[in-house]
Design a protein around this ligand. Structure first.
Ligand code: FES
Length: 136
């Protein structure tokens, strides 16, 4: 278990699961294959913007490399109960994506609030096989 995971577990202990953002940092996302993006700064910016409203975790390749950089916004427990499902964002290479995702999470995230309109431009639907890979 990573240090970040333990910190997040302590922060959310006893509370319903908050929204989570999974940020891909695999073979393509977060690498020089996606030029013109300060990947470390993007991740730091996202973590800062989300703050205590949710969790941010990094994953290995999510198997949607043609969409790099990929992020997945997962609903809170309350959002999932309200019908929210994970939302996959691809080509998330613009500097403002972090703030848009954070604003959505602060408003409740999937199932509880509509995303800022600009996030629609990044949304895509991966195959079922790829979606299941995130949850395994
Ligand atoms: S490296 Fe991100 S989807 Fe493959």
């Amino acid at each position: 278990m990573s240090r970040r995971t333990r910190k997040n577990d302590a922060r959310t202990a006893g509370k319903p699961a908050p929204c989570a953002v999974t940020v891909c940092r695999g073979c393509c996302c977060g690498t020089a294959k996606i030029p013109g993006v300060d990947h470390a700064a993007q991740l730091a910016r996202l973590r800062r913007a989300v703050g205590d409203a949710g969790t941010v975790r990094v994953s290995t390749c999510l198997d949607a490399c043609e969409q790099a950089n990929v992020m997945v916004v997962q609903p809170s427990a309350e959002g999932r109960a309200a019908g929210g499902r994970p939302v996959w964002l691809g080509l998330a290479n613009d500097g403002d994506v972090a703030e848009d995702v954070a604003a959505w999470i602060a408003a409740g995230g999937p199932g509880l609030a509509d995303p800022p309109g600009v996030l629609d431009l990044y949304a895509f639907s991966p195959s079922r096989r790829v979606r299941q890979g995130l949850h395994d």
